[in-house]
Design a protein around this ligand. Structure first.
Ligand SMILES: [Fe+2]
Ligand SMILES: [Fe+2]
Length: 161
């Protein structure tokens, strides 16, 4: 999914998105390998994967800093981006993957995808609830600000009179 803060035609932005995906994947993959190594009784190798995974996380954050500028990504924007991503997963991405898995007779993948669809839906709903709560909080704050502004205006009018 492309980030909405840049020209999607920019080669550098496309490269940063690919690099962000790659480093993110390396982070998860090394954590997963560490889990396998630990289960196989090789704690030393697991430790190397865990340490490297932490560095890959920092590499991914470096790309994320450029792709999701802090000045633009307010909590409300972050929530909306998350809702959009989760919604894309359960309405478009996973349904089409499911279709292909059924066609290839991969019942294991179908079952796994069904779980992911349910979880993405749940995540989207949770983020939506947080966003709505935040919107109410902003509306309440705006009312307080308006009261203050009116109070100042009235005071100013009195002084000017
Ligand atoms: Fe890296
Ligand atoms: Fe999710």
């Amino acid at each position: 999914m492309s980030t909405p803060f840049h020209d999607p035609r920019s080669v550098t932005i496309q490269n940063l998105e690919s690099a962000f995906a790659g480093e993110s994947m390396a982070h998860i993959k090394y954590r997963y390998f560490a889990k396998l190594c630990r289960a196989a009784g090789d704690a030393a190798t697991a430790q190397v994967f865990e340490d490297t995974a932490e560095q890959e996380l920092l590499h991914a954050f470096g790309h994320a800093d450029l792709l999701f500028p802090a000045a633009q990504v307010t909590p409300a924007v972050a929530l909306q981006l998350a809702i959009d991503g989760e919604t894309y997963e359960y309405t478009e991405m996973y349904p089409s993957f499911r279709h292909a898995a059924v066609a290839e007779g991969r019942a294991d993948a179908v079952a796994e995808i069904d779980e992911q669809i349910a979880e993405s839906k749940e995540h989207a709903a949770q983020f939506q609830a947080v966003l709505e709560k935040a919107a109410k909080r902003f509306a309440a704050l705006a009312k307080v600000e308006e009261r203050h502004a009116n109070h100042y205006k009235a005071t100013l009018a009195k002084i000017a009179a």
